[in-house]
Design a protein around this ligand. Structure first.
Ligand SMILES: NC(=O)c1ccc[n+]([C@@H]2O[C@H](COP(=O)([O-])OP(=O)(O)OC[C@H]3O[C@@H](n4cnc5c(N)ncnc54)[C@H](OP(=O)(O)O)[C@@H]3O)[C@@H](O)[C@H]2O)c1
Length: 338
């Protein structure tokens, strides 16, 4: 059987081409999916730009996906034909804490990803997506939502009445906003744009800080919290923001080190503040299949939906990557497959 896909033949947006490929034969323990939704993460753009060391071509990109099970191999009982499912970001990290072995394989990077109409995957890595979401909505969860879940819930253990800072209005941050609000937290959102801050308020953000107007935004967080600081901070800036995150955290606060939007280099961290405030700085890499599953059930019970500002057809993948690069999106840039 043949299927349509978008494929990376070489590094750079110019290396994205439309192809027709043979669908692999179903092997033991596997499922055949008809894909319908996907989305872009900053990580996918990094893959397309050719910044992943040792990347092999050709490669079908995109870690996120939602599809319907068409067929399963004999003995597979995790999923059945007709189920709407998503592959986990790390197909070998099924549960428990992260391990080297569990994190070896990433869809759309080390193995072919979800920008394809038919896909054969190990059934073990599949998660049933929330019933209340459309296929395109469910196709935005794999990377950004699970990462936000880890930073806010699994590691951050956010509780009612606590204060959470989310940085910018990209995919991870708006999922973090949704989870923190569902848990009864107060959310302070930072953004480079006043207009995006207003959109963030309409999704439940309690306060907004323009980080362009206030490069020392930690002092604004202190002002808004009566000099106490935030309980949990989801840091996506890295080099440009980690120092401010330390200064914005309260005693015994938690900082999830998630992103590198402000540069891949070294951050200047005020070590004395990190020590005297007893801070926990925790690196995050998405989460396991079971984390993804737990998050989907939470989204169902709280009717949480992704914020999607733009949807592109699969054949327009290159334009979608350029759009993400432009930074005008709010939340997710979705991809309709098929
Ligand atoms: N560790 C992990 O497991 C993991 C998983 C997913 C993502 N990530 C990382 O997390 C980061 C965010 O990913 P994403 O997919 O959510 O990206 P995204 O959707 O492209 O979000 C980009 C948004 O972040 C804001 N931003 C840009 N530069 C910033 C800076 N220097 N400081 C603070 N905010 C900034 C901007 O929002 P405004 O326009 O509102 O300012 C921008 O629109 C990326 O670095 C990505 O690689 C890591």
């Amino acid at each position: 059987m043949k299927t349509n896909a978008m494929q990376l033949d070489a590094p750079g947006v110019e290396g994205v081409v439309a192809v027709t490929r043979e669908v692999p034969t179903l092997g033991a323990g596997q499922a055949l999916l008809r894909m319908s939704g996907s989305s872009l993460n900053y990580h996918d753009a990094v893959v397309v730009w050719g910044l992943i060391p040792g990347m092999r071509y050709p490669r079908i990109p995109l870690s996120d996906g939602c599809g319907t099970v068409l067929e399963v191999a004999d003995g597979v009982d995790r999923v059945a034909p007709g189920d709407r499912v998503a592959p986990a970001f790390y197909p070998r990290w099924l549960n428990g804490p992260p391990t080297d072995a569990g994190k070896k394989v990433i869809f759309g990077e080390g193995v072919d990803g979800c920008c394809v109409e038919h896909m054969v995957v190990d059934a073990d890595c599949l998660v049933r997506v929330p019933d209340h979401l459309s296929d395109v909505e469910a196709g935005t969860l794999t990377c950004a939502a699970v990462t936000a879940w880890t930073a806010v819930v699994t590691d951050g253990k956010v509780g009612k009445g606590e204060t959470v800072v989310v940085q910018g209005t990209g995919g991870v941050s708006l999922f973090a906003l949704g989870f923190a609000k569902a848990l009864g937290a107060r959310v302070i959102l930072t953004s480079s744009s006043d207009e995006k801050i207003e959109r963030g308020r309409s999704l439940g953000a309690d306060d907004g800080i323009n980080y362009r107007e206030h490069p020392d935004w930690a002092s604004e967080v202190m002002r808004l919290t009566d000099d106490i600081g935030a309980d949990v901070i989801v840091d996506v800036g890295g080099e440009s923001s980690l120092g401010q995150s330390v200064l914005a955290a309260r005693v015994a606060g938690h900082i999830g080190i998630v992103g590198v939007l402000g540069g891949f280099g070294n951050a200047e961290v005020p070590v004395t503040a990190a020590m005297t405030r007893n801070l926990k700085l925790q690196g995050v890499t998405v989460g396991s299949r079971d984390d993804f599953d737990t998050m989907c059930r939470f989204m169902e019970s709280h009717a949480i939906r992704p914020a999607i500002s733009d949807t592109f057809a699969m054949r327009d993948l290159a334009a979608a990557v350029r759009h993400l690069e432009g930074g005008l999106h709010f939340g997710k840039v979705a991809i309709e497959i098929g």
